[in-house]
Design a protein around this ligand. Structure first.
Ligand code: UTP
Length: 313
């Protein structure tokens, strides 16, 4: 059995209720972050990790997503006539990035269901899952490393991040395997990797087995599909990907088990309003074109705010 990964699945069919009314007529993945929709960062990340066969699982309002990765000849000729090479390249870049396929989820029955729907496209191979509303600053590097862990261990791999204990109930949380009171390492990689005994979806703070929260990047073995097919709705009445991972972690012999890779860099959940704003500010500062002026403006504005606070306003 080889554990090569060629395909990426991007679930983008959630209802986006946390970001209403902005997401009433538009998927949250299409909200712009600095100069492009959030989903473009995610597709760029998959491509950077060498995955150019992409399946996007879409829901209502799917048209803007499809249009964004398609060519718009009318727009291209207008920009060509104006001699605006810079914008022309930006427009073409989005459509030339990858081979993007689309599949309707049907009903939004949960992330596990969205992933299950990818079975026919992916077939009997390992594959990556990238949540369409999660932007990861060094995402390409992270995904490449996850693919390497998968290839070398044969395990499914989840990216996790350490979060403050009081925030664990917003996430899926892993229970790493302990040996003599230490987390059991899965090998020597760019970030720490631990074997996972189990996972819990959105646990109460006092029940959380660790503060390693699952973020939206996974490399899964195809056994995940068979498990998801038989996974009943769980927390919130949704078919949970976490429940399938619990089964894979418990059944290491047959499914290869689960490894968590602890990513230490920046990550933004753009489906959350505050995180979305932070993504815009931080990525604007990191942007070669706009960075210097944004940084200067923020510094001035922060001074103004500090002065107002001092004056009691
Ligand atoms: P979220 O937990 O963010 O749910 O989904 P949501 O419905 O999109 O957003 P809120 O909570 O109502 O604001 C995590 C990821 O799973 C996808 C979402 O698009 C997002 O990338 N998802 C979720 C699906 O594709 N289908 C589903 O049925 C549920």
């Amino acid at each position: 059995m080889t554990f090569e990964v060629n395909k990426a699945v991007i679930p983008a069919a959630g209802l986006g209720t946390r970001f209403l009314p902005a997401t009433k007529a538009m998927p949250k993945e299409m909200l712009p972050v600095v100069d492009r929709p959030a989903i473009q960062y995610v597709v760029e990340e998959a491509v950077e990790a060498g995955l150019t066969d992409i399946l996007m699982v879409t829901g209502r309002n799917k048209t803007p997503l499809e249009n964004h990765f398609d060519r718009v000849l009318e727009l291209e000729s207008a920009l060509e006539e104006r001699g605006d090479q810079h914008k022309l390249e930006a427009v073409r870049h989005a459509s030339n990035l990858a081979d993007v396929h689309y599949l309707r989820q049907g009903s939004p029955l949960g992330l596990g269901h969205a992933v299950y729907r990818a079975h026919q496209h992916v077939g009997d191979e390992s594959f990556a899952v990238l949540l369409g509303d999660d932007i990861i600053a060094e995402g390409g590097q992270l995904l490449r490393e996850m693919v390497r862990v998968h290839r070398e261990t044969g395990a499914s791999v989840v990216a996790v991040q350490e979060v403050p204990q009081e925030q664990v109930s917003s996430y899926g949380v892993v229970a790493p395997q302990l040996v003599d009171g230490e987390f059991k390492s899965a090998g020597d990689y760019e970030w720490p990797t631990y074997w996972v005994n189990s996972l819990v979806e959105k646990p109460a703070v006092e029940d959380a087995p660790s503060n390693f929260a699952v973020i939206g990047r996974y490399v899964l073995r195809p056994e995940a599909f068979e498990i998801l097919e038989n996974t009943p709705p769980g927390r919130g009445g949704e078919i949970q990907l976490t429940d399938a991972l619990v089964e894979m972690a418990a059944n290491r012999e047959e499914t290869g088990g689960v490894v968590a890779l602890v990513y230490g860099g920046r990550r933004f959940d753009t489906g959350n309003k505050f995180e979305y704003l932070k993504a815009n500010v931080e990525l604007a500062i990191a942007n070669a074109e706009h960075g210097p002026e944004v940084r200067e403006w923020i510094q001035q504005y922060a001074q103004q705010l500090a002065q107002q606070t001092k004056n009691g306003n």
